[in-house]
Design a protein around this ligand. Structure first.
Ligand code: AMP
Ligand code: MN
Length: 340
């Protein structure tokens, strides 16, 4: 870790590098946005004086997705980027820093639309294409934000309230409010450091979790309506979905739909939960959660997806959501022995 952090520092200090772009994965979560805002704050605070510019490489989708991005407006810079619609279709610059993106496509850009001299790839997922000049990929980390904390410590740079708020947000969301198996005692020490910067814990909680839309509650109702349990190769699955019809009829946005797979995981005897929603025309997004017995990256790899051991996802092309389920069930049944 020390060497990688030093290599990153060298790139930041290299006078040839003037324009920096920060990327994260599409439909960003608290860890992705927290990584962007903490790193930009670090760069603006400690490296701006060397005549560098640091931009978020948001694309149009993110900047127009107000209902998703709104809950991150309390973090530095996000509100101004989204409200001013500062987004990019093509990126040309010196250095790209990618946070938890397994590849360019996951960051919302086509390969040919990105022209960068150097790429720094920072991720804590198990599956990553190692596309950077520097690849700091460490799946033992709870979150990308935890990695950024260690980056600061390694470079001996002080925290401030904005950096701490951003890092805290990523750890909070990626550890399921400090409850998942990626929690450990070291993280409690990090949290102490962060909270000592004067964080408003309750305020951050409220921004991210407290306010549910009524449509989200409709979604949860439908989630339970469509819930079923089945056994495949001796593994107990819980399974549910939201289809196009329900979304149209109730005028539900994709941002009202979240937490489905988490909800279905916390049911007695369930080994793996699966939640499916439409992603585009004839395309369905699968979210999976494991209760600790099975490694889900073994499944997501089969479908060209990604993620972590106990939380992973992928997309399936199918004529409708029922065919998508058949494809999933058949592949699990025929090609895959989960106990291997
Ligand atoms: P989700 O089910 O969307 O909450 O995602 C669970 C985990 O899997 C997250 O770490 C995602 O970044 C990852 N993931 C989900 N879908 C994909 C995909 N199509 N490709 C790569 N990683 C994914
Ligand atoms: Mn993450």
């Amino acid at each position: 870790m020390k060497n990688i952090c030093k290599n990153i520092k060298e790139i930041l200090f290299d006078d040839k590098n003037k324009t920096f772009f920060l990327f994260c994965h599409e439909a960003p979560d608290g860890d992705a946005i927290g990584a962007m805002t903490s790193f930009k704050t670090i760069l603006e605070t400690y490296f701006k004086k060397y005549g560098r510019s640091f931009n978020f490489a948001f694309n149009k989708v993110e900047c127009e997705n107000i209902s998703l991005m709104k809950k991150y407006f309390f973090l530095p810079y996000v509100k101004e980027y989204v409200e001013n619609k500062t987004f990019f279709e093509k990126i040309e610059g010196d250095v790209g820093i990618f946070f938890e993106s397994s590849n360019f496509k996951r960051a919302g850009f086509l390969d040919e639309n990105i022209k960068l001299k150097k790429i720094i790839n920072i991720d804590h997922h198990n599956i990553n294409d190692f596309y950077g000049d520097i690849n700091w990929v460490d799946s033992s980390m709870s979150s990308t934000c935890e990695m950024i904390y260690w980056f600061l410590k390694t470079l001996d740079l002080p925290l401030n309230k904005d950096i701490a708020t951003s890092i805290y947000t990523g750890i909070l969301t990626d550890t399921g409010r400090f409850q998942y198996s990626n929690m450990n005692s070291k993280i409690y020490l990090i949290l102490k450091d962060l909270v000592d910067e004067g964080l408003d814990i309750n305020y951050i909680y409220k921004q991210i979790f407290a306010l549910k839309t009524k449509k989200h509650i409709f979604f949860e109702k439908e989630l339970l309506n469509n819930l079923e349990f089945f056994k495949l190769n001796n593994v107990n699955f819980s399974y549910s979905y939201i289809d196009e019809n329900f979304i149209d009829k109730n005028d539900i946005t994709f941002n009202d739909i979240y937490g489905g797979a988490d909800y279905l995981r916390d049911i007695e005897d369930v080994d793996i939960s699966v939640f499916v929603k439409p992603k585009g025309k004839n395309c369905y997004k699968f979210s999976m959660r494991s209760n600790g017995k099975y490694d889900l990256t073994k499944i997501s790899k089969l479908f060209d997806g990604g993620g972590h051991t106990f939380a992973a996802g992928f997309s399936v092309e199918a004529k409708d959501i029922f065919s998508a389920k058949d494809i999933f069930v058949n592949i699990i049944r025929e090609k895959f022995n989960l106990s291997e």
